[in-house]
Design a protein around this ligand. Structure first.
Ligand code: NDP
Ligand code: MG
Length: 397
């Protein structure tokens, strides 16, 4: 069999560990490729990353390289023993770029959370890699730039986000015109909450997602529905469709992962249980479908699949998402930065749950918009928006 060398950036996170499971599984069921975990990165979680690497036999042999992107963990690194002796350890954020663009790497799984994933994802695109993209914030911040560069280098962006994977699977290579993308949203933990309950939400209640197990930041994003806002923007760039051809519906069971309406009115949907191993695996093996460890849908009992409209009053993030998707340019970078700061402050009990989106909207309205920003403009605005958001939050908190 051939070999696929995979760099998993953010290997210690929720998507990263699910990806490791998928690689181990593929090594059991795929007779075309050996799936080698060539490089893996973590940030703070030194033990998580070295334990993962120790499981080397499941990942096609010991990894070539481990990257600790947080340079301060250098002192806690130990010499790797036994089969990992040949594994290089590197630290510092620049090493993410080095791994993402290394000539030996075939596929980069971009699973870092937030804007911190931008440089490495962009480096993978610049090197013309196949990029399995979980890190949606990169497209929110710099979607125009990423798409322009991937057209130039031939890099492929393979969606991992379940909604975008669903849309990708529904469109396949259809020559037909898409009329609308219909993103489904679970509605998160506050789908049926009152506005007053949402104002009083604590980090604990906001983190308790009804259908998905995920990292902390995306769990809060799901509760505010900022996650869906980010996904509207992500879809706008991934599928190159204007915002007015994107819709959101609430689907509490998280089984219909999204839908596509074609020109003749026919709507195709992709269904599977809420388990990220399926979209991760499909991004890696596309266009092949192989057996997957995600459990099959249970069909031997009553099956309720419901759809309901979104409540734009209680979830103002959605309107913000559509607005950003419409104007593009620098809007995504500032909203994303404000959101990252506000989510952190909320998790630290420094602002109320409902302040998160208020802060994002203020920052967006106060920024100096540019339609075709360079990367350095985007990075400058990202820093600016973080400072503004911190200040603005001090005012509301
Ligand atoms: P987690 O918080 O579980 O994991 C985040 C990963 O990023 C960890 O490996 C963490 O390292 C690393 N990391 C954190 N900060 C930095 C930094 N400053 N520089 C470099 N690496 C860093 O997040 P998720 O796995 O839930 O999410 C990852 C991405 O995937 C997000 O963009 C999210 O929106 C997207 N996504 C997630 C889904 C899910 O089901 N979880 C579904 C769809 C999309 P360490 O832990 O070692 O500190
Ligand atoms: Mg999603």
């Amino acid at each position: 069999p051939g070999v696929q060398n995979v760099a998993v950036l953010g290997a210690t996170g929720s998507i990263g560990t699910a990806t490791a499971e998928v690689l181990a599984h593929l090594n059991r069921v795929d007779d075309r490729y050996r799936w080698r975990l060539w490089a893996a990165s973590g940030h703070h979680n030194v033990k998580g990353l070295t334990d993962l690497a120790r499981d080397a036999a499941r990942f096609g042999g010991p990894p070539e390289r481990l990257v600790f992107s947080d340079p301060t963990v250098q002192s806690s690194l130990r010499n790797l023993e036994g089969p990992l002796q040949a594994t290089e350890q590197r630290w510092g954020p620049e090493e993410l770029v080095g791994a993402a663009s290394h000539p030996e790497v075939d596929v980069v799984v971009a699973a870092i959370v937030g804007r911190a994933g931008l440089e490495s994802t962009l480096a993978a695109v610049e090197s013309g890699k196949r990029v399995a993209l979980a890190n949606k914030e990169t497209l929110v911040v710099a979607g125009g730039l990423v798409q322009e560069r991937s057209r130039a280098t031939g890099a492929q962006l393979l969606p991992v986000d379940s909604e975008h994977s669903a849309i990708w699977q529904c469109i396949a290579d259809s020559p037909n015109r898409v009329r609308r993308l219909i993103l489904t949203a679970s509605g998160g933990p506050f789908r049926t909450a009152t506005a007053a309950q949402m104002e009083a939400a604590t980090p604990e209640t906001a983190l308790a997602h009804p259908t998905w197990q995920m990292g902390r930041k995306i769990s809060i994003d799901s509760a505010t529905m900022m996650n869906k806002a980010l996904e509207i923007i992500e879809a706008r760039w991934l599928f190159d469709l204007p915002a007015d051809q994107i819709e959101v519906v609430v689907h509490p069971q998280s089984i219909i992962h999204s839908m596509v309406e074609f020109e003749d009115g026919s709507v195709l949907a992709q269904l599977s249980p809420p388990d990220m191993r399926l979209p991760i695996q499909y991004a890696l093996t596309h266009p092949r479908r192989l057996p997957c460890e995600a459990p099959p849908l249970q069909r031997n009992r009553r099956w309720d699949l419901s759809l309901e409209p979104v409540d734009l009053e209680r979830f103002p993030a959605l309107d913000l998402g559509f607005q950003v998707a419409r104007v593009g340019g620098t809007a995504g970078a500032v909203v994303n930065a404000a959101n990252e700061v506000a989510v952190g402050l909320f998790l630290n009990d420094q602002i109320r749950f409902t302040d998160i989106v208020t802060v994002c909207r203020k920052i967006m309205e106060n920024h100096t918009f540019e339609e075709r920003p360079t990367l350095s403009t985007l990075l400058r605005l990202d820093r600016w928006a973080r400072e503004e958001a911190t200040e603005c939050a001090a005012g509301v908190g």
